[in-house]
Design a protein around this ligand. Sequence first.
Ligand code: SF4
Length: 180
Amino acid sequence: MEIEKITGLEEFIAQYPVFEYRIINSQDLNFSPRVRFICENECQRYGTTWACPPAVGNLEECEARCKAYPYGFFFSSVAEVSDIMNMKDMLDTRRAHEDLTNEIGNYIKEQGYDCFILSTESCAICERCAYPDSPCRFPERMHPCLESHGVVVSEIVETNEMTYSLGGNTILWFSLILFR
Ligand code: SF4
């Protein structure tokens, strides 16, 4: 699918700091148990939000959910920090990318598409997540991260000849807006 098929998307994103983008076919995505293993064993957010495993379902369920949307708008944005080793500063830059993801997702929805969005890190909308005691408070705004669904970001980047890292004190954030 060509980006021109989504009316005005190319012009729309031109006004935002999108670094690179591709329209990808969801059937080409790989869903890796290894990514989920890292989630479970190395991420402090595992089991603490509705946006993370195990709440998002097992790997097969995640794959089926994603592949129910034939196409995806995969993009990156760049952020710069004074010190790449400062985790708080680095994570603070994520908000702008999440806002950008919502803007683009809303635009694609306005063109009549149904979307499912995977974004960065885990959900931080609420100060304290409702998980597991009550349902997610903002299911429309909550986007699980790509890794939560076993998606290997570096693989999509490589396959599509995109940039994974710019080095120095820059960060590249990635999102995938699946649509049908
Ligand atoms: S929106 Fe709130 S309740 Fe839902 S996953 Fe995010 S933090 Fe948890």
